[in-house]
Design a binder for this molecule. Structure first.
Ligand code: PGA
Length: 249
């Protein structure tokens, strides 16, 4: 069975004290069985989070990573630095990195290569913008994002990828793709993976949905056969909402 994953992307939220408070609240709830829970705090809160979550099965994920093993990259954080504090998973390609920080497919391909070579698991985000959907180009856009960045990976390395389909028009907007729209895209994505990789890879790769997932819509979205969980932004900042979402399978 494929992993079911609920990952909280905290973005640029939660300082030292807020992190302590939120993780204390999170730990007060029983962990749902058969769901992998992840949280992605800012770099400055990663070590603290790893320490605070030691007694749990919740894993700590980086929101980003430098594009080289080390060197003259002011302001960047290397894979080795993350590994050194117990972080083995990284989000790459989030739409905010693409839009605000101009990370393009070429750059993301390099990042994924470094991450995989450093033995990270990667949550790879992609998804169409509103104008692409209005013009009905969304399938083509998504296929391209996948092909450019991922399709030169070996089967073995593709197994280290968790896909996160996040239609940009649904991120932080309160507007969610319907469960049917999510399923339609997820099954299209799985089909692309099955064409380019072993069928076992396509069967096993988790595909998360992201974009305004809330406690009141998670159940419907997660009930779709090709939706294996969610990447949660806003609702991951509230422990009760986040745990309710993790309990929505
Ligand atoms: P949202 O963010 O849940 O606040 O829409 C999702 C994301 O950006 O990963």
């Amino acid at each position: 069975m494929r992993d079911r994953i609920v990952a909280g992307n905290w973005k640029m939220n939660n300082d030292f004290h807020e992190t302590e408070k939120l993780l204390d609240q999170l730990k007060s709830y029983p962990e749902p069985p058969d769901v992998k829970i992840m949280i992605a705090p800012s770099f400055t809160q990663l070590y603290q989070s790893v320490q605070l979550l030691k007694s749990t099965n919740i894993s700590v994920v980086a929101q980003n990573m430098g594009v080289a093993p080390s060197g003259a990259y002011t302001g960047e954080v290397s894979p080795k630095m993350l590994k050194g504090i117990g972080v083995n998973t990284v989000i790459i390609g989030h739409s905010e990195r693409r839009d605000i920080f101009k990370e393009d497919d070429n750059f993301l391909t390099k990042k994924i290569k470094i991450a995989i070579e450093s033995d990270f698991k990667v949550i790879f985000c992609f998804g169409e913008k509103l104008e692409d959907r209005v013009l009905k180009n969304h399938f083509e856009i998504v296929a391209n994002q996948l092909k450019v960045v991922l399709l030169n990976l070996s089967d073995k390395n593709m197994m280290k990828i968790i896909l996160a389909y996040e239609p940009v028009w649904a991120i932080g907007t309160g507007e969610t793709a319907s469960a049917a729209q999510a399923q339609e895209m997820h099954s299209y994505i799985r089909n692309i993976i099955s064409i380019h990789f072993d069928s076992k890879v396509a069967d096993d790769v988790p595909i998360l949905y992201g974009g305004s997932v809330k406690p009141n819509n998670a159940k419907e979205i997660f009930s779709e056969p090709d939706v294996d969980g969610g990447l949660i932004g806003g609702s991951s900042l509230n422990a009760e909402d986040f745990i309710n979402i993790a309990n929505s399978f």
